[in-house]
Write a protein that binds this ligand. Sequence first.
Ligand code: TRP
Length: 329
Amino acid sequence: MDTVVSGIRSTGQLHLGNYFGALRNFIKMQHDARCFFFIADYHSLTTHPDPRILHDNVRNVLAEYLAAGLDPSVATIYVQSDVPQVAELSMLLSMHAPVGELERTASFKDKIRKHADNVNAGLLTYPVLMAADILQHKADKVPVGKDQEQHLEMTRVYARRFNSFYGVEYFSEPAAYNFGTELVKVPGLDGSGKMGKSEGNGLYLSDSDADIRKKVMRAVSDSGPTAPGEPMSEPVANLFTLLKLVSAPSTVEHFAASYNACEIRYGDLKKQLAEDIVAVVAPIRERIEAVKADEAFLRRVTADGAEKARESSAKTLAQVREIMGIRRF
Ligand code: TRP
């Protein structure tokens, strides 16, 4: 069975794009592989979050993933900082991470450009810590988006370099977990592009029914089809994409037919779309609230997850120390 490791950013609420994108695949994947999911709170420190809100961010993200369907009885779910072994492994791996290579990382260059006032060493060694996250569990596969591909490539470089420097076949090279064609691009409500946090066009798993209805009714559309067979504008095509994700096939067919007959009323489509989104989101939102309020459950999940992750990490760390020549008297 493959081992899969995935780090989850500890900021921001989950939107429908996250849910129908990676998250639904995680929920499926957890039954097919030995999965480690963790909240990457150490990584988040590179951008100096307010210490008063860091823990709440971790808690919110954790609650949302659990509420959406990550299952602690099948996957190992933990908080990165509960496994401090990863910091030691990262430090050891950094001995084989040339600074020039780190400085050329796209994400680092991007951060320098955007936050010239905060170019800290943690940012520089971000990919080393990420490699330690992955290598500590001897992951075979890592589900990553485009923006993380270079980091995963660096992880492979560190694994290879470690093996060749010490003359061992210790680390294997983790591959990108490919969801294949299943990964859907979920559009936003502003007419173009995909749903995203910074775009302000999102529907969140924590949104109330009223929020959802309001946002959907305000979604960008167009002035309506004028001739049958006319190609659909992007805003309207986006509404249909959302409809296909949440509504029954017969509903999609109904609105497609009325569009083709130039009889569509976008208000009707939006009303239906809003109700079908509410039907998906409301039960998740209620679980999010219940999970957030259940301190004992969160404590138990993170304690169990940390214990399993530490066991896996400590084993790797002991072997790495041995290979590097660190021995006890
Ligand atoms: N850097 C990843 C992101 O921003 C999060 C992450 C940290 C991660 N460690 C990881 C992802 C290990 C996969 C594996 O999304």
